[in-house]
Ligand binder design. Structure first.
Ligand code: NDP
Length: 248
């Protein structure tokens, strides 16, 4: 197979798992990161040790100039447009509406929402120019279904991603490009454990499947969306949450 998957924020957590899962499925994988250069180099080595091809590049997904340069390097590395784009990069801050400062709001909206838009726009233009029937998956969040206090900027960004998904699906459908959103529930990553060591206990207690998710639980459905079996699914938000938000 000679297919290219691009994953934003591929150095840690769910993104890291996505990079490895696409590589194990035979894709060449390119990913972006901002601060975690050492972790990014480790991911590339792990993929290469298993005979795969990966390229990790520093690129702030919220800056058009960097996203353009990223895709230029990626397409010249691979030699063609991406087949798959996963918009996974995301940041989260905890602050009440009354205390949230402008810089935090801008950073969260820029990374989570504007980053999604910029990467979709550049990747879709390349897919169309290369006559590719592409797959775009945006990582949203189950929090869209509830009003979580202290997550105002994050929830607004993830709500925006759901709507961006629908409009992108409508506009890109005629080109054979599908656009969907995966909305994870509580997923254990280094970040979530760092923020709350009791994260698995707290969330498994209120998740109907009585466990928290793993990055692999997200990678499976994302990979499925890139298969021919999923080629008639577009514009959807798919909840991958162990049933957590079914009661919302
Ligand atoms: P991590 O913090 O582990 O990973 C985030 C990734 O995004 C890192 O690779 C980080 O790299 C990268 N990143 C951050 N900012 C930027 C930027 N401006 N440009 C490019 N890359 C960037 O988080 P998770 O794996 O937990 O989350 C991944 C996604 O899943 C996020 O979108 C998150 O909102 C979503 N999600 C996660 C849930 C969970 O329970 N874990 C639940 C619901 C949604 P670097 O630090 O180098 O910038």
């Amino acid at each position: 197979m000679n297919r290219l998957a691009v994953v934003t924020g591929g150095s840690t957590g769910i993104g890291r798992c996505l990079v490895k899962a696409f590589a194990s499925s035979g894709y060449s994988v390119a990913f972006s990161y901002v601060a975690t250069g050492t972790a990014a180099a480790d991911v590339v080595h792990e993929v290469e040790d298993e005979g795969g091809h990966a390229l990790g590049l520093e690129c702030d997904v919220g800056l058009a100039k960097e996203v353009n340069a990223f895709f230029e390097k990626v397409t010249s590395w691979f030699g063609a447009a991406p087949d798959v784009l996963v918009n996974n990069a995301g940041v989260q801050t905890w602050s009440s509406l009354l205390e949230l400062d402008e810089a935090s709001w801008d950073r969260v909206i820029s990374t989570n929402l504007k980053g999604c838009f910029l990467n979709i726009q550049v990747a879709a233009r390349l897919m169309i120019a290369d006559n590719k029937k592409g797959t775009i998956v945006n990582i949203g969040s189950g929090c869209n279904k509830l009003a979580f206090p202290k997550l105002v900027d994050y929830t607004a960004s993830k709500g925006g991603i759901e709507q961006l998904t629908k409009v992108s699906a409508a506009e890109l459908g005629p080109y054979g490009i599908t656009v969907n959103c995966i909305a994870p529930g509580a997923i254990v990553t280094e970040r979530t454990l760092e923020e709350a060591p009791d994260y698995p206990q707290t969330w498994s207690a209120i998740t109907p499947l009585r466990r928290v998710g793993t990055p692999e639980d997200i990678a499976g459905p994302v990979l499925f969306l890139a298969t021919p079996a999923a080629s008639f699914i577009t514009g959807q938000t798919i909840w991958v949450d162990g049933g957590l938000f079914t009661q919302a």
